[in-house]
Design a protein around this ligand. Structure first.
Ligand SMILES: Cc1cc2nc3c(=O)[nH]c(=O)nc-3n(C[C@H](O)[C@H](O)[C@H](O)COP(=O)(O)OP(=O)(O)OC[C@H]3O[C@@H](n4cnc5c(N)ncnc54)[C@H](O)[C@@H]3O)c2cc1C
Length: 498
């Protein structure tokens, strides 16, 4: 029992650091001492403002009050991402968090729709999706769904700095120790190779039994000290820079993120209560930083607040995300571009995985290997989903899009696209955060129409099929009438002032 973990040290106070601290404190309780070291001199990456619905589980575990959370972090509601110019310029589609239509055993709704399309029906998948209908109408309400048909999963857009501060307050109130200081050296036990302590500028030493590296892209412990290795995926995801700039709040806030493709990258627009978050993700082989700045600044909806800031990254993942007595969480564990807002989810998932496999009685190879296996799989599945957006483009206006269309993609992705193209089959891999409805929307949005549909869809007569679709459309529209605008909801629910 000598190896029992009594003290966990977290390096870094960005979203990864404070989310780790809050969840560990909440779940592991008092017996484990938690100390977080961060350096204001270095600061945080300060982007990362769009989330996906599992963030609700974090809030539930922490016992947060949703209205307070929205107020403190200046959040808005996110129902979807709107992809613009991704298949071809001038076209757009949504990836919503909802599920279109209503599926039945063995036969997803889209099989019925495919049959209708083949008979000349002109409706779109999204006409049957409440998240889409609310996004387009700029409306939102927390529905007490009497029927799963009206479930409307949602996430948030929040101010990254305010979110970190909010979780910091939560953690400190519950006994997490915060130490301000710059880590200058890391002491390793020569026998075990495990990290023993950190030395801060000024000489202070912080000891621990287990370390969580939340030091951001630099990966202070996991890369710089332990050399855990990095698997580079930039041949599949060639964007390697981002340029970010906030801008003034733009008119009414809408409950979705915009992702607007340009000739060698894409731009995000994230509405918050007090401002917009904007940025351009681009390939430095195709755009100079000056070109990127021009594109970003000329495509803002409102006046910029300050100058744009460049962030360099290399897409890929840390090979051993748990190495010796260190786990990498957040940007130190890898980087996947924010196209589907998955990084904060990956932080959450890493901490949950660590909590399941927590080495109370000391690190064992079994715990470590299982952790690494699961995190590798999870990263790869998200990677493939993101690659798909690029790979399925039909743009012919730049080499960037022609190259991404013609690249060799991972075999599993080719299989999934092939299955869907053949007869609308969708595959749900274990550990894939993206459910079948996500794959469906992006494949359809990027231009894949199934050649065939499941024979169960033939069980209805043509008349019955027409009626089924018409009544579904009507039912989905029903709750919209009573809903307030998104801004009015925020005002009523948490006192947000436009
Ligand atoms: C352009 C861009 C857009 C993004 N958009 C999204 C999005 O929309 N949705 C999403 O989910 N994710 C997004 N992300 C990812 C998201 O920003 C990160 O996952 C999240 O902010 C976590 O960052 P972090 O805490 O790992 O690192 P950071 O925020 O960089 O924090 C690192 C911490 O380590 C500390 N530190 C570093 N070195 C030392 C040292 N020597 N001594 C002491 N302290 C040290 C720093 O002070 C800081 O506190 C985006 C990322 C980028 C680059």
């Amino acid at each position: 029992m000598n190896d029992r973990i009594r003290k966990v040290v977290i390096v870094g106070g960005g979203t990864a650091g404070w989310m780790s601290a809050a969840l560990l404190r909440r779940v592991l309780g008092e017996p484990i001492d938690i100390e977080l070291v961060e350096s204001e001199e270095i600061g945080i990456v300060g982007v990362g403002e769009a989330t996906i619905p599992p963030i609700q589980h974090v809030n539930a575990v922490l016992g947060l009050d949703e209205a307070e959370f929205l107020r403190e972090t200046k959040s808005t509601i996110k129902l979807a991402i709107r992809f613009e110019n991704w298949r071809v310029t001038g076209e757009r589609y949504y990836h919503t968090f909802g599920a279109p239509g209503r599926s039945q055993a063995f036969c997803h709704f889209h099989h019925f729709l495919t049959r209708a399309w083949q008979a000349g029906d002109r409706s779109s998948l999204w006409d049957y999706d409440l998240n889409y209908l609310c996004s387009e109408a700029g409306k939102f309400a927390k529905l007490q769904a009497r029927d799963p048909l009206w479930e409307m999963p949602y996430a948030y857009h929040f101010d990254a700095s305010l979110y970190g501060q909010y979780l910091r307050k939560y953690s400190e109130q519950r006994g997490v120790t915060r130490t301000e200081g710059l880590v200058e050296d890391v002491d390793i036990d020569p026998e075990s190779g495990q990290v023993r302590s950190l030395r801060l500028r000024g000489g202070r030493v912080i000891e621990g039994d287990f370390f969580i590296d939340c030091s951001g892209i630099r990966g202070l412990l996991i890369h710089q000290k332990l050399g855990a290795g990095y698997e580079d995926w930039s041949h599949w995801l060639p964007c390697d820079r981002a340029m970010a700039v906030p801008s003034e709040r733009f008119e009414d806030t809408l409950p979705f993120t915009r992702s607007i493709a340009h000739s060698a990258g894409w731009q995000w627009r994230i509405p918050l209560q007090h401002r917009n978050g904007n940025g351009l993700v681009y390939s430095s082989n195709h755009y100079s930083d000056e070109q990127a700045a021009d594109i970003l600044m000329n495509n803002l909806e409102s006046k910029a607040i300050g100058e744009p800031r460049i962030i360099r990254f290399r897409t890929g993942r840390t090979r051993k995300q748990w190495h010796r007595n260190v786990v990498a969480v957040g940007l130190s564990s890898g980087f996947l571009e924010p196209l589907e807002s998955t990084s904060i989810y990956l932080i959450q998932s890493a901490v949950v995985r660590l909590l399941h496999l927590f080495p109370h009685s000391g690190v064992t190879p079994e715990l470590r290997d299982e952790y690494n296996r699961r995190s590798q799989r999870e990263y790869e599945l998200i990677r493939d989903f993101i690659i798909m957006h690029y790979y399925l483009n039909e743009r012919d206006d730049s080499q960037f899009w022609r190259d991404t269309r013609n690249m060799d993609v991972p075999a599993r992705l080719t299989e999934k696209i092939g299955l869907f193209r053949a007869n609308g089959s969708l595959v749900q891999d274990q550990l894939d955060i993206f459910l079948e409805s996500s794959w469906l929307q992006v494949m359809l949005g990027q231009g894949i129409t199934p050649r065939d549909y499941h024979p169960i869809a033939d069980s209805l007569s043509e008349e019955q099929l027409r009626e089924k679709l018409a009544s579904m459309k009507k039912l989905k529209l029903e709750p919209l009438e009573q809903m307030p605008s998104h801004d009015r909801f925020l005002e009523m629910f948490c006192g947000a002032k436009a």
